[in-house]
Design a protein around this ligand. Structure first.
Ligand code: ATP
Ligand code: RIB
Length: 315
């Protein structure tokens, strides 16, 4: 089987993840005690790039870091994780992106970002990458200038490369700028920001998916619904794919792992249903441990997990 070659366009952050109390204890003008804090390399672009490499793809990431210790540390990690660094400059006068994540015991979280160098990811950098290599698919998110998001779509489309938008962080964008995109995949908060529809059940999931499909004329919509799984819509029928039953520890990077695993399996020739099931197992492993990049499984681990699940079912 041919090794997939993919381009990821997106952010690099140093993540500080605070592990602590129940979500409803978080109140304005108060002080909360957390149990512990961990420093992890992350950012949606970096998480997705490492996930793609761990799943066997050749991976280029278009991103940016500051000329500082966090940037150097993350570049080193990406390099050792087999991600090409050709399009990740270390820039003077800006900080490497930083994310403070408050991960609550009930599974809710609050994320805070300083975008720093991620604001310097430009369409020209994306164009250089697309001119340099022939990619099977492009995956992007929105933790960078929106003009780069829209131009990435246009530049890839000119080259007939399918594009997936992992629609985080939550914001309202003119979906028409992505007219004809292969797939849009938001989580629950992102879905509400894009559509104004709160996803409470299958009916509202379907309405939100229809809205996105109509406005972006997307071929596919795949809503990520946390512990409830995902909702897939292809313009004909909508369908829930339940999440794996796991002991949740930290959801950071779950969405990145999910969308990337789906993309790589599609590149490998899986049909959509098989690819979503694989992505669900990959994301289930990710939420069972701490951090973003640190919690992303590789192909062997996912395949072993799938085998164990079938053995348990006696299939
Ligand atoms: P991120 O924290 O990376 O931003 P996200 O909010 O984009 O994640 P989620 O909807 O939380 O994405 O999760 C993506 C996928 O991960 C889900 O569709 C599901 O398959 C899996 N997942 C998330 N939370 C859990 C959980 N508590 N138990 C099992 N699987 C989960
Ligand atoms: O998707 C998870 C990522 O979002 C974290 O690693 C954090 O950096 C935020 O960008």
């Amino acid at each position: 089987m041919k090794q997939p070659k993919v381009l990821i366009v997106g952010s690099i952050n140093m993540d500080m993840i605070f592990y602590g109390p129940h979500g409803d204890e978080m109140k304005p003008n108060g002080c909360l005690n957390f149990d512990s804090v961990g420093y992890y390399c992350g950012g949606k672009g970096a998480n997705q790039a490492v996930a793609a490499a761990r799943l066997g793809a050749e991976v280029y990431l278009v991103s940016a870091v500051g000329n500082d210790a966090n940037g150097a540390r993350i570049q080193e990690l990406l390099h050792s994780g087999n991600v090409h660094l050709d399009f990740i400059p270390a820039l003077d006068d800006v900080q490497t992106g930083l994310s403070g994540i408050f991960m609550m015991r009930d599974g809710s979280y609050v994320g805070t970002n300083v975008r720093g160098a991620n604001d310097s990811i430009t369409p020209e950098m994306v164009e250089r990458a697309l001119d340099a290599e022939a990619f099977d698919m492009v995956l992007m998110q929105m933790e960078m200038p929106l003009e780069t998001v829209y131009r990435t779509y246009e530049l890839a489309t000119e080259r007939k490369i399918p594009v997936i938008l992992d629609a985080g962080p939550a914001m309202k964008i003119p979906l028409e700028r992505l007219d004809g995109i292969f797939m849009v995949s938001p989580n629950e908060a992102e879905t509400e920001a894009l559509t104004g529809i709160e996803v409470k059940n299958e009916e509202t999931a379907q309405k939100a998916a229809e809205y996105i499909r109509e406005h972006a004329r997307a071929e596919y919509v795949l809503l990520k619904l946390g512990g409830k799984g995902s909702y897939f819509y292809d313009g004909k029928a909508g369908r829930i794919f339940p999440a794996c039953k796991v002991d949740f520890v930290d959801t950071t990077g779950a969405g990145d792992t999910f969308t990337t695993a789906l993309m790589i399996r599609l590149c490998n020739g899986d049909d959509m249903e098989k690819a979503i099931r694989y992505a669900t197992v990959a994301a289930g492993i990710c939420v069972s441990r701490r951090g973003g990049i640190s919690s992303i499984p590789d192909r062997e681990e996912i395949e072993l997990q799938i085998k164990n699940m079938y053995d348990e079912k006696g299939e």
